[in-house]
Design a protein around this ligand. Structure first.
Ligand code: A2P
Length: 345
C-alpha cells in the first residue's frame, strides 16, 4: 500500500476530530491512520479509524508522521518518543513552540522554516496567533511591521470540547431567565458553574483567558507576543495583547491596530490583503460565518484616525480548523514535500 503511516494523538478531541476530517478531505497520502487518545477512550471504536489506542512505548514506533493535539504535557512526554520511532511530529500544543530547535510555522507565512526541524518536531502556533498571522504578514511585506495592539474575542472551543460543552450547558439555563440576566446579573451568573472558563461565559464576556503571570498578562497573551515574533522573524516586534473569551462556540476574532515603518496607503493595504493566499477581505466578517471554513477573513480595514503609519482591522478565523487542524495538516504536507518524512528512519 502506498502512502504514509500516520498517528493522530488526541484523535477524540475538538481539534483532533477536525484533523482527521482534514486529512481525508485533502486526500493526504495515508496508508494507515492510527487514532490515539487518553486511557479513558482507549479500546473504543472511532468511526472509520478502528480502535483508539493508548500511548505506550511499544505502540509509538514505525510511524512516518505523528500529528499531536492532546495538550502540552502529552506532547512533552511523547513527541520525542514518536521521533525516536521514526516519525516527524507536527505538534499543535504549546510544548515545543519556543524551542530554538523547533520551527514554529504558518504554511502561508514561513514555510521554509520547516527545514530547521532539528528535533524532528514542527510546531503549529496558538490558534489566536494563527488567525492573526495571514493579514499581518501581508501587511508586513508591504509596509514593514513595527508594533501591534491585538485584542481578541476568543471562542469557547479554544478550550477544547469541554469548553464548548460548558457553554452549551449554560446557554439554556440562563436563556430561560431573562429577568435575572437583565435585572440581577450576579444571580444569573451563579445559576451555573464555570470550571473550564474563568467565569460564567453564556451571555457574558470574560477578560481573563489563561494563567495570569507576574507582569499582569496571561500566558495566552504572552503567546501572541512571543509566537508572532518567532514566526515573522521580528524579535523586537512590540505587541500589546489582550485576550478575551466570548460566548461563541467556534471562531476567534481579533481587532488589531498595526503600526508600520512607513505611512499606510489604504488601497495598497487592501491590494496586499486580497492577494494573500487563503485570506478573504470582507466588510465586517463574523466568527459564526467563519465556523467550518478554511479561510481567514479580514474586514473593517481602516487607517488610524491619528497615526498615518497605523492601520486598524478585524480578523476572524475558525480556531479549530483555520487556527489549528488545517495548518497542522498543511505542515504535514510541507514536511512530505520538503523531504523530511522518511529521512529520519
Ligand atoms: P480523551 O478524549 O480520551 O480525553 P480537547 O482539546 O477537545 O479537550 O481534546 C483533548 C484530546 O487529547 C482528546 O483526544 C483527549 O483524549 C486527548 N488526551 C488528553 N489527555 C491525554 C493523555 N494523557 N494521553 C493521550 N491523549 C490525551
Amino acid at each position: 500500500m502506498s502512502g504514509h503511516r500516520i498517528a493522530v494523538v488526541g484523535a477524540t478531541g475538538a481539534v483532533g476530530q477536525i484533523m482527521l476530517r482534514t486529512l481525508a478531505r485533502r486526500d493526504f497520502p495515508a496508508a494507515e491512520i492510527v487514532p490515539f487518545a487518553s486511557a479513558r477512550s482507549a479500546g473504543r471504536e472511532l468511526d472509520g479509524y478502528g480502535t483508539i489506542q493508548p500511548l505506550s512505548e511499544e505502540r509509538v514506533a514505525g510511524f512516518d508522521l505523528a500529528l499531536f493535539s492532546a495538550g502540552g504535557s502529552t506532547s512533552k512526554a511523547w513527541a520525542e518518543r514518536f521521533v525516536a520511532g521514526g516519525a516527524v511530529v507536527v505538534d499543535n500544543s504549546s510544548a515545543w513552540r519556543m524551542d530554538p530547535d523547533v520551527p514554529l510555522v504558518v504554511s502561508e507565512v514561513n514555510p521554509e522554516a520547516v527545514d530547521g526541524a532539528r528535533k524532528g518536531i514542527v510546531a503549529n502556533p496558538n490558534c489566536t496567533t494563527m488567525v492573526v498571522m495571514l493579514p499581518v504578514k501581508a501587511l508586513h511585506d508591504a509596509f514593514g511591521l513595527r508594533a501591534m495592539v491585538a485584542t481578541s474575542y476568543q471562542a469557547a472551543g479554544g478550550a477544547g470540547q469541554k469548553g464548548i460543552d460548558e457553554l452549551a450547558a449554560q446557554v439554556p439555563v440562563l436563556g430561560a431567565d431573562v429577568e435575572a440576566l437583565v435585572g440581577d446579573g450576579e444571580r444569573a451568573a451563579r445559576k451555573v458553574t464555570a470550571s473550564v472558563h474563568a467565569n460564567t461565559l453564556a451571555f457574558n464576556v470574560v477578560p481573563k483567558l489563561g494563567t495570569l503571570g507576574d507582569n499582569g498578562y496571561t500566558d495566552e497573551e504572552m503567546k501572541l507576543q512571543n509566537e508572532s515574533r518567532k514566526i515573522l522573524g521580528l524579535p523586537e516586534l512590540r505587541v500589546s495583547p489582550t485576550c478575551v473569551r466570548v460566548p461563541v462556540m467556534v471562531g476567534h476574532a481579533i481587532e488589531v491596530r498595526a503600526t508600520f515603518a512607513r505611512d499606510v496607503d489604504l488601497d495598497e493595504a487592501l491590494t496586499a490583503l486580497r492577494a494573500f493566499p487563503n485570506l478573504v477581505v470582507q466588510e465586517a466578517p463574523t466568527p459564526l460565518e467563519a465556523a467550518g471554513r478554511d479561510e481567514t477573513f479580514v474586514g473593517r480595514v481602516r487607517r488610524d484616525l491619528a497615526d498615518p503609519k497605523s492601520l486598524n482591522f478585524f480578523v476572524v478565523g475558525d480556531n479549530l480548523l483555520n487556527g489549528a487542524a488545517l495548518n497542522t495538516v498543511q505542515l504535514a504536507e510541507l514536511a512530505v514535500d520538503r523531504g523530511l518524512v522518511g529521512a529520519r528512519v
